[in-house]
Write a protein that binds this ligand. Structure first.
Ligand SMILES: [Zn+2]
Ligand SMILES: [Zn+2]
Length: 341
């Protein structure tokens, strides 16, 4: 079968590999992969900038497909032929965070395509309890968007965002934009901050009323205006840029919350006296846990227009070329998904 194979950094191609074999009674299901999304972490693996990725590596963790084989007594009552998305964060189930249900930050977390081989393959073996059924009429190219949406939702959930709150979002990539759309579905008021004017214009066309284009516009001044002086009750830091992380402390209101979702490349020094003065809750936000059902429901009901972040649909054979292009021109597309024929 075919796999999207990253032999080493900057060397990606379609490779013929052995189809995995299903063995009954092991809690693993065999999935025929139908669609896959290319994520920023796949690009990071391609560039060789993520120290936790080892090579060679099959990439891909945004996956949807059809169950080909599954144990009869599987925990979710799924059957052969069911359409599913795959929760890609393999966790131990025994450590402290797992015992709290916070499997997204398991001490020995293995994310598909990062710590272990991913699912950009024609067939994939995956734990049966980590399959989530998708609506029958959801198009294949849309289903993998549920994964980045869970990341956005996780940020909103960490901050317990509620209606009427201002949510300042650093970064108008797919995750930031989905977070803004999801925030609106909660009745909250997103404010997106990004350096790319076209992206912000696109966000406004999707109904995001407040956008701030940096460095030309003064983000603190604008947020003060929009919030009548209070500043944002919630800041979602989804860019990973050191300056944006630092500025989150100024963007946030007194008694506000900051969720750090973006991955910074280096250490950021922070004036922690601001955290104390404003009594800010600074929260980490990593992956997602039990958030796929909600993501799929928001997409299906149209409450979140996930299709809006899908820039292009390609075939699996075109994935290596698309990864190269996304690496060379990161601003060109929001999200590219591929269909397996
Ligand atoms: Zn992803
Ligand atoms: Zn664990």
């Amino acid at each position: 079968m075919k796999a999207v194979y990253l032999k080493e950094p900057k060397n990606i191609y379609i490779e013929e590999i052995e189809k995995p074999t299903y063995t009954p009674g092991q809690g693993m299901a065999l999935i025929r992969i139908k669609s896959m999304g290319i994520c920023g972490s796949d690009i990071g693996a391609y560039r060789g900038v993520n120290p936790i990725v080892s090579y060679p590596r099959i990439i891909g963790h945004e996956l949807a497909g059809i169950i080909e084989e599954i144990d009869d007594n599987n925990p979710k009552g799924l059957k052969k032929g069911d359409r599913v998305v795959l929760e890609p964060y393999l966790h131990c189930g025994r450590c402290y965070p797992c015992s709290l249900g916070r499997t997204n930050c398991c001490e020995t977390l293995k994310c598909l395509g990062v710590h272990t081989d991913g699912g950009m393959t024609e067939y994939f073996l995956h734990p049966d309890f980590m399959l989530v059924p998708i609506p029958n009429d959801m198009p294949w190219e849309i289903a993998p968007l549920s994964e980045p949406l869970t990341i956005s939702l996780h940020g909103l959930h960490r901050a317990k965002v509620s209606a009427g709150q201002h949510v300042a979002i650093n970064g108008c990539g797919a995750i930031g934009l989905l977070a803004a759309l999801a925030a609106m579905s909660y009745g909250a008021i997103p404010i997106i901050i990004d350096p790319v004017a076209e992206r912000l214009e696109y966000a406004r066309s999707l109904g995001v009323e407040h956008t701030i284009c940096i460095p030309g516009e003064d983000s603190l001044e604008k947020i003060r205006e929009i919030t009548n002086g209070r500043m944002a009750e919630v800041v979602l830091e989804m860019s990973g840029a050191g300056s944006a992380i630092r500025q989150s402390l100024d963007m946030v209101s007194y008694a506000g919350k900051i969720v750090l979702t973006g991955w910074p490349k280096s250490e950021t020094s922070l004036p922690t006296n601001l955290i104390t003065t404003k009594e800010i809750d600074v929260l980490g936000g990593r992956n997602s846990a039990k958030e796929f059902e909600e993501a799929l429901e928001l997409i299906e009901s149209g409450k979140v227009n996930a299709r809006a972040v899908l820039s292009k649909v390609i075939t699996m054979d075109e994935v290596p070329e698309a990864v190269r292009e996304l690496s060379d021109y990161p601003g060109r597309y929001l999200k590219i998904n591929a269909l397996v024929d």
